[in-house]
Design a protein around this ligand. Structure first.
Ligand code: HEM
Length: 421
């Protein structure tokens, strides 16, 4: 044995090794129980799956890692390997800015993102968010039964229309961005979406960016195009890096949050009635649903230097999974009875939007969309019942949780708007 491999082997025996794979169907059956088991083994443990990675499941460890970009980098380079480093395994897709960069390189892109998604700009989107939500409900309300999984199209159409991409393509974005997160890795469906559909959609986005360069308008893409990076105009490639991230950031997450909250409220009619009687509780309830369901379950980093970290020795180049969802169920985060939903929980320092320099740039919009969907469903279908026995969850729930099917029945109602989807 060479000296090098002897050191490797010695170091590896140091690691608390667990049998764990966040992409496995076994984990998808009950991610909450799976992370509870991990937390009982330690806040930071090692699994040999996917070439090996640390799993950070304790609140404090996740918090500290997410706030230290040098130690826990989200950048693709200089750590080598193809593809997006915030995923395990890495996914070879279009680069995403700012998430695929560390500060300070990420900062100019993040500043633009922040300006695009301020609370006041998001507030300007409210009429559009309300209109599309009403149209989706119009589409099903007369029938008395529906697959609530179709409501997952709402964030897609809002995002595509807001970005002023061809709105008729919203179903393609909705489908592709859900499947890429939920279809089993390597399945024919996954391969078709990653190798054909997403690249085809990316080409369309590129065309719109080039067109906006020639004819700027009053839309987010033109807004981004009007900025400089380090004193030179932003390139079309960089705009694509940002727009592609906005689409993938907003579409699946809001769908997951609202679907899970609707399913849970059907099973807890007392809480549902409280929300119907006191709509002012919705804002706080959405924060609790964010904590409890953690739509983005876990994202990865690459270790930037050798160090002692929360009782283990991490090494430069190691991969690490930050399980926001697990932190959100850890009492160490200051949550009393973390496995219970308390729609009036306060304080609620959840990590559903991440922590640190990459904390969700779209949180205000995500909240607005989720609140609008839940509020309108409760107003217009207050007696809906989910057919819990026939609910179908995503087969893979390591990155996003959610439903492929969410059948429900309700007393039929009337359409509100003249238009149709
Ligand atoms: C319930 C809804 C949402 C959830 C749970 C969620 C979750 C997250 C999380 C956990 C991160 C941190 C990623 C990391 O540190 O590795 C993140 C980042 C991000 N999200 Fe969201 N998100 C939501 C909605 C949205 C929406 C609606 C948009 C876009 C309009 C969006 C855009 C982004 C962007 C651009 C980033 C990257 C920020 C950066 O790298 O600086 N998200 N999101």
């Amino acid at each position: 044995m060479t000296e090098q491999t002897a050191v490797e082997t010695e170091a590896r025996t140091d690691r608390p090794v667990v049998d764990f794979d966040h992409n496995a169907e076994e984990h998808a059956k009950d991610p909450v129980a799976s992370y509870r088991r991990l937390r009982s083994e330690g806040p930071v443990v090692w699994t040999e799956s996917w070439g090996g990675y640390w799993v950070l499941s304790g609140y404090d460890a996740i918090f500290d890692a997410a706030r230290d970009d040098e130690m826990f980098s989200s950048a693709r380079s200089p750590h080598g390997g193809e593809g997006q480093a915030i995923l395990i395994p890495k996914r070879p897709i279009t680069e995403h800015f700012p998430i695929d960069l560390d500060p300070p390189a990420s900062m100019p892109y993040r500043r633009i993102m922040n300006q695009l998604l301020t609370p006041s700009r998001v507030e300007e989107m409210r009429p559009m968010v309300e209109k599309y939500t009403a149209l989706f409900i119009d589409d099903i309300i007369e029938s008395g039964e529906a697959d609530f999984a179709t409501l997952t199209g709402i964030p897609s159409i809002i995002t595509i229309d807001w970005l002023s991409l061809p709105v008729e393509d919203w179903r393609r974005y909705s489908f592709a961005h859900r499947k890429v997160l939920s279809a089993p890795l390597g399945s024919p469906e996954y391969i078709k979406v990653t190798e054909e559909e997403l690249p085809a959609l990316t080409e369309k986005v590129k065309e719109v960016i080039a067109e906006r360069r020639r004819n700027p308008g009053d839309d987010p893409i033109s807004f981004i195009l009007g900025h400089e990076i380090g004193g030179r105009p932003i390139t079309e490639e960089e705009v694509l890096n940002m727009v592609d991230l906005i689409i993938s950031g907003g579409v699946g997450t809001v769908a997951s949050l609202s679907g899970q909250a609707l399913e849970w409220l059907s099973a807890h009619p007392d809480v549902r009635q409280r929300l119907i009687d006191n709509p002012d509780l919705m804002q706080n309830a959405v924060e609790e649903f964010l904590r409890f369901f953690s739509p983005t379950q876990a994202l990865a980093r690459t270790v930037g230097q050798d160090a002692d970290f929360h009782g283990v020795k991490v090494r430069k180049g190691d991969r690490a999974l930050l399980a926001w969802s697990s932190g959100n169920r850890d009492a160490a985060g200051g949550f009393d009875n973390p496995d219970e939903v308390d729609i009036e929980r306060m304080p609620n320092r959840h990590m559903a939007f991440g922590v640190g320099s990459h904390r969700c740039a779209g949180s205000h919009l995500g909240r607005l969309m989720a609140r609008t969907i839940l509020t309108q469903v409760l107003e217009r279908m207050p007696d809906y019942k989910v057919d819990h026995a026939n609910v179908v969850r995503y087969p893979r729930q390591g990155v996003n949780t959610g439903f492929d099917r969410l059948p429900a029945t309700f007393t039929p109602g009337k359409r509100l708007l003249g238009e149709r989807l």
